[in-house]
Design a protein around this ligand. Structure first.
Ligand code: SAM
Length: 428
């Protein structure tokens, strides 16, 4: 029931899997919560694959089935094809669930389709899909073809299977200190490979005093590295700006590093509720602490030529963070780029406008897609592109020309992209 309700929230209401799961599994035993999590995460990752199998087994297009029935069948398919749940138990439990959450009327179709799915094992289904569909290999790798194509545009073909496999593994959470407020030794786990601010989580992060007290947080090492890189480049004195700060992960790291250098961070975010989250992430810094505002970064609430360092962690497709958001790969569509890319150009122009002459701008995305990374940066004017990989020389295989590009299968991080830009000083 918890898994079904979560999947419904994700597919019908666009809920985020992690938030919906936390809500639905509260109060369950650890074992039941883990099972519900696996059911939801596994079904979300393999959504396209299971939909193809359901359509093939049912002999009818998916749109002829009630959406709630499709969700039940996805959960059933995951148990039948990937988990070690005995077939009769997977079918019977799903049919019972259909009766309770929908009606007796739908139990027949649920039963019939699940029995057809259970008639073949995963290998036999793979062979059947390869005969039926041209995109079968992509579906079997649990990715839409257009996302695989976007990766293949950037990586040697021999690395793609490792990347797709890494995207299908839930990552070990990384923790990060708020500099000056906590020590890495308080985080408990193993220190991270390249970020001096973090450690792996060894239990539930919420059980750690430093996390509980807002002196540390959860943040992938890739995000720690791009925020840190901005602080390592030479830049004039002056305040720092985080233009798209919500929910505040990078701002929390930058605020402490700015304070170490005697500077102050302004953290700005369009959505007021996300700006409130930034405020919470920065709450433990004493006065004069960072300043948090809710503002449209494209219509600046600050003077031009003001900030020594500017972070633009742009809204993007998130194609580099699929490990942590199993549902995102099927929700995102190529057309999303047509909306995001113009916004990214606009926000980068605004970030450059906000930077002081000689100041540094970091353009980051949690997507490696060429259209929202290098192509955005290379269209910008009035800046020099700096050698970002040279700023963090100990990270191997992280160069993509002058840009830093991390990868889950190479670095164990999200596929973060970083460009470092210096604003031209005015010519006399
Ligand atoms: C990739 S997220 C930032 C993540 C954040 N830097 C962190 O590390 O926690 C992008 C953010 O940009 C915000 N955003 C979208 N359009 C914006 C705009 N026009 N101005 C400012 N922020 C915007 C989104 O609401 C979202 O919170």
């Amino acid at each position: 029931m918890a898994a079904y309700r979560t999947l419904r929230a994700i597919t019908a209401d666009d809920a985020y899997a992690n938030l919906a799961l936390a809500e639905q599994t509260a109060g369950l035993s650890a074992r039941d919560a883990a099972f519900a999590t696996e059911l939801v995460a596994g079904s979300c990752r393999a959504l396209g694959l299971y939909d193809a199998i359901i359509a093939s087994a049912g002999g009818r297009p998916l749109r002829t089935l009630q959406p709630a029935v499709v969700d039940l069948l996805r959960l059933g398919a995951h148990q039948l094809l990937e988990l070690r749940v005995p077939s009769h138990a997977a079918v019977a439990a799903t049919v019972d669930l259909a009766r309770v959450v929908l009606s007796q009327r739908v139990t027949g179709v649920v039963n019939a389709i699940l029995r057809k799915i259970s008639a073949l094992d995963a290998d036999a289904w793979a062979a059947r899909l390869r005969r039926e569909r041209t995109d079968a290999d992509a579906l079997l790798a649990r990715h839409p073809q257009w996302i695989i194509d976007a990766y293949a545009d950037l990586l040697p073909g021999s690395e793609i299977p490792a990347l797709l496999a890494a995207n299908n593994e839930p990552p070990i959470p990384h923790l990060v200190v708020r500099p000056g407020l906590a020590e890495v030794s308080e985080l408990g786990g193993r220190p991270l490979r390249w970020s001096p601010f973090g450690a792996t989580a060894s239990g539930n992060p919420a059980d750690l005093a430093a996390v509980n007290q807002g002196r540390a947080g959860v943040q992938d090492e890739g995000s720690q590295l791009v925020a840190w890189a901005l602080t390592l480049v030479e830049a004039p004195a002056g305040p720092w700006l985080d233009l798209c700060a919500g929910p505040g992960g990078k701002a929390a790291l930058l605020a402490g590093l700015a304070r170490d250098k005697g500077e102050r961070l302004v953290a700005s975010e369009l959505q007021p509720h996300r700006a409130a989250l930034v405020g919470r992430a920065l709450a433990r810094y004493d006065e004069p602490g960072p300043i948090v505002i809710a503002a449209d970064g494209a219509r600046p609430a600050w003077p031009a030529n003001r900030f020594a360092r500017v972070l633009l962690d742009a809204p993007c497709t998130g194609l580099g963070a699929l490990r942590r958001r199993p549902e995102a790969r099927w929700r995102r569509k190529p057309a999303d780029l047509d909306v995001l890319v113009p916004l990214q150009h606009e926000l980068l122009a605004s970030a450059i406008n906000a930077a002081a002459p000689g100041g540094v701008i970091a353009y980051a995305t949690c997507s490696p897609h060429r259209r929202e990374t290098s192509e955005v940066v290379e269209a910008a004017t009035g800046v020099e592109i700096l050698d970002a990989p040279a700023v963090l020389p100990s990270i191997p295989d992280a160069g993509r020309g002058p840009y830093l590009q991390l990868w889950p299968h190479r670095h164990g991080t999200d596929a973060m992209f970083l460009a470092l830009l210096r604003k031209a000083a005015p010519t006399q």
